[in-house]
Design a protein. Structure first.
Length: 118
């Protein structure tokens, strides 16, 4: 499984930005895609958790502002980020667990940087 994340950039506080994560590979499960973010000196923090069956849980820090959607035809998951705050500045990663050759593995997309600044 391979993941590619797109869409980072610079946005003003209160603005919106959308990220996308395209997956490929026979074991890719679009419903398994999660989103993480990290800031310098901090570990990656999960902000969108896959609960299976197409359900997802959004972290309290972004709840009500971030939403995910999926396009199965494109094997792509989208993270729509609204009402962005300076503290949302981070490198964002998508992740998907998958079962391959008898073991569970993790696929990570290359991080995409989001900067919220005036």
């Amino acid at each position: 499984v391979q993941l590619q994340a797109f869409g980072g950039g610079l946005v003003q506080p209160g603005g919106s930005l959308g990220l996308s994560c395209a997956g490929s590979g026979n074991s890719f499960n679009i419903n398994a895609v999660e989103w993480y973010r990290s800031t310098p000196g901090q570990q990656r923090v999960r902000i969108v958790q896959s609960l299976g069956y197409g359900l997802a849980k959004v972290a309290p820090s972004v709840k009500g502002r971030f939403t995910i959607s999926r396009d199965s035809a494109k094997n792509t998951v989208y993270l729509q980020m609204n009402s962005l705050k300076v503290e949302d500045t981070a490198v964002y990663y998508c992740n998907a667990a998958y079962y391959d050759d008898g073991v569970w593995r993790d696929a990570w997309g290359k991080g995409t940087e989001v900067t919220v600044s005036s």
